[in-house]
Write a protein that binds this ligand. Sequence first.
Ligand SMILES: [Zn+2]
Length: 156
Amino acid sequence: MIRVGHGFDVHRFDDGDRPLRLGGVELPGQRGLAGHSDADVIAHAVADALLGGAGRGDIGELFPDSDPAWAGADSMALLARVVALVTGDGWVVANVDATVVAEAPKIAPHRAAIEQRLSAAVGAPVTVKGKRAEGMGALGRQEGIACWAVALLERP
Ligand SMILES: [Zn+2]
């Protein structure tokens, strides 16, 4: 049996001095994202893709932002919990592919590090592509960063 899962996430930029964390990698000197957890938009989209494929709901259900336990949470730790849940159900992750839409910063210089971190967390190849919004809409005005991800799951 094979299943596909899709995930989407978006976070606004934060006005404070939070670091920008994407796929578990901190990008130095960049404006961070606002959120209840560490606002790692790629980790969240990947987690939702895995949960969607496994029919396990979404991260908002598993880690509600009304729960103080998840305030400032390390999203890579949340992703690890999601992977444990999904693999515990007997699913094997084949791969995950994600597209990050950010007017800035450029993803390319950090792509290898982000892919490595995510692949290690998921236990399968995770690929990440960066796209600009060509100046259009809220993403184009650099109000935040969005990420889409698809995951393929197999149950032997
Ligand atoms: Zn999120």
